[in-house]
Design a binder for this molecule. Structure first.
Ligand SMILES: Cc1ncc(C[n+]2csc(CCOP(=O)(O)OP(=O)(O)O)c2C)c(N)n1
Ligand SMILES: [Mg+2]
Length: 576
């Protein structure tokens, strides 16, 4: 078998649903083998999309996402998406073709950038193949490592000439790596949870690591009578309709319900979560008396929030063990807690529903309507827009792996390729992406892929003609905005050019009807929302601002105060 055929067989043995990428002279053998062996592939328009598509598909399915790129520009284009998967703990395998390295390899080959060296800082592991016989083994090892512990991207670097070499293989899958559970630390955590006089009221903070164990999480929460808050990427780990679900983030930046519920919490049980900068609005998470931190990666434990008990464990194994000890940790039914949560959630909802902006669409009006109209199985991909924080606050997510955002690398343009890939591997569900207009300009041409393939993604673009996210960070500190205005775009013409249907939503009144028409259109459609952010309070931003100012030292505060005072009285150019 050729190296290319062996690579494809290995991918098929791993159950790869689709390979995302763009062919080039160095990996045409691989693409040809995919076609011969009927391994599904999806051609994208830019390799940023290749890695992001693998990420989007992985998040939607819980399985390893796969992409294939050429060395040089294909590789460097893909680095942003690999970086997102690295920081957001998403399992990817990248088949990165390399230049030839054998004794007869020539100097100055095309795309001769240092492939493995470029990949190493952004990958969990880079496997360099130097002989055709190693190709399947390296691919299987890559899948194993990508899934193990804290998931992440693994690159398999294969010099192109090896794809054409021939070898005799025995196809064989290695056993999965064991899921960790530090028994001593578990006992310690159990001891604390089983003693209410020490642990008091328990609250659960659930991250992305909980997505594959929603039933275990629910059962543990009910046993402990614990309110459950999630990180942004953990949204849906517990169905938001559950009476113990309090929404996202337990500080001033998340839902009011979570903030209130966690004021009364004495011990937080944080599972599969990293307390990263964005998900804590610049580390402004309130301190809680006792912290039990559970994570599959020991280096994550207690990093930003000191842990009284640090448990190196796979979330599923930890939750299973806790349930097997449920008699020891069971708390009395607490109808008062459930009533308070229900009241706070009703209050949160009422705040979201009040339209505060009338000159164009109020972002909350859009998300409240999305919440009403989404089906429980729908997948929604958010981008790096100011709106992502309104969405996190207001969208209720009825289960795991339905709500996705690029959390810790904040890669603009991510939602579009991620949503297309999700639709490719999950054709039975409706997939929606929500991008700001700035994000849309980064990867909007990828919508042509949805049109070409007939993938009926609903692409929402929130058009405010600007980088509002940057404006809201710049304005209070500099009293002006710089480099934030976007060119006006004719979105109807753009949709037509890409082969998408088009609908525009210009006012709050149009939101229910037009959103309904757009979401129920049978094919891919651009839903162009003329949005205005002027005047809407954003809890995440207020918390971020306070935390930022609190952390400045006195000279920095003085400099900032002087700048703000001077610019407040001097006329200045508002924009750009
Ligand atoms: C690739 C990349 N470049 C720059 C940034 C910094 N950044 C974060 S949000 C943002 C603006 C987003 O604008 P838009 O998509 O229009 O969203 P809006 O906030 O206006 O809804 C920028 C430039 C980033 N996160 N990623
Ligand atoms: Mg914008």
């Amino acid at each position: 078998m050729t190296g290319a055929a062996a690579a494809v067989e290995a991918l098929m043995l791993e159950g790869t649903p689709c390979v995302f990428g763009i062919p080039g002279a160095q990996n045409n053998d691989l693409w040809d083998a995919m076609k011969s062996k009927r391994l599904p592939y999806l051609l994208c328009t830019h390799e940023f999309s290749a890695s992001v598509m693998a990420d989007g598909a992985a998040r939607a399915t819980g399985r390893v996402g796969v992409f294939a790129v050429i060395p040089g520009p294909g590789l460097t284009n893909s680095l942003t998406g690999i970086g997102e998967a690295r920081l957001d703990s998403v399992p990817l395998v990248g088949l990165v073709t390399d230049i030839a390295h054998g004794p007869n390899a020539r100097a100055f080959q095309v795309h001769a950038l240092p492939t493995a060296a470029l990949l190493r800082p952004v990958c969990k592991l880079v496997l360099e193949v130097r002989h055709v016989s190693r190709i399947p083994l390296a691919i299987h090892q890559a899948f194993q490592v990508a899934r193990a512990g804290e998931p992440g991207p693994v690159a398999v670097v294969i010099p192109f000439d090896l794809y054409r070499d021939v070898w005799c293989y025995q196809g064989e899958l290695p056993a999965p790596l064991p899921r960790p559970l530090d028994e001593a630390a578990y006992r310690h955590a159990l001891g604390l949870l089983a003693d209410p006089s020490r642990s008091g009221r328990v609250g659960i903070y659930a991250g992305m690591g909980c997505h594959d164990h929603p039933e275990l999480l629910r059962a543990v929460a009910e046993t402990l009578q614990a309110p459950v808050a999630t990180s942004v990427s953990g949204k849906g780990a517990l169905d938001d309709r559950h009476p113990l679900a309090v929404g996202w983030g337990y500080g001033r930046f998340g839902t009011r319900t979570a903030e209130n519920a966690f004021r009364k919490v004495d011990t937080v049980l944080a599972i599969g979560v990293k307390y990263s900068e964005v998900s804590t609005a610049n580390y402004s998470i309130p301190p809680i008396r006792r912290v039990i931190h559970v994570d599959a990666e020991p280096a994550n434990l207690g990093r930003n929030v000191a842990a009284d008990v640090a448990v190196h464990a796979d979330s599923g194994r930890f939750l299973e063990r806790l349930l097997s000890d449920s008699a020891a940790i069971r708390r009395e039914d607490d109808p008062g807690l459930r009533r308070r949560i229900a009241q706070d959630r009703a209050l949160d909802r009422a705040c979201h529903e009040a339209a505060e902006i009338t000159q164009a669409v109020d972002p909350m009006r859009l998300f409240v309507e999305l919440r009403r109209q989404l089906h429980p199985e729908d997948l929604i991909y958010l981008d790096v827009t100011a709106s992502t924080h309104w969405a996190a606050e207001s969208l209720w997510v009825p289960g795991p792996r339905r709500y996705f955002a690029p959390s810790d690398n904040q890669s603009m343009g991510w939602s579009i390729p991620a949503a297309i890939a999700a639709q490719a591997v999950r054709p039975e569900v409706r997939v929606i992406s929500v991008a700001g207009d700035g994000c849309f300009l980064m990867s909007g041409l990828e919508t042509s892929t949805a049109a070409r393939e007939g993938l009926p993604v609903k692409f929402l673009v929130l058009d405010d003609g600007a980088y509002h996210y940057m404006q809201m960070l710049q304005q209070p500190l500099y009293r002006r905005t710089t480099a934030t205005q976007l060119a006006p775009i004719d979105y109807a013409a753009f949709a037509h050019a890409m082969g998408l249907a088009y609908i525009r939503i210009g006012t709050n009144d149009q939101v229910p009807g037009s959103l309904h028409s757009g979401l129920n259109y049978p094919g891919p459609i651009l839903i162009h929302v003329h949005i205005s952010y002027k005047g809407r309070e954003l809890r995440w931003l207020s918390a971020l601002r306070t935390s930022y100012l609190d952390k400045l030292d006195t000279p920095e505060k003085l400099r900032l105060g002087t700048r703000v005072a001077v610019r407040s009285v001097k006329p200045f150019k508002v924009n750009d």
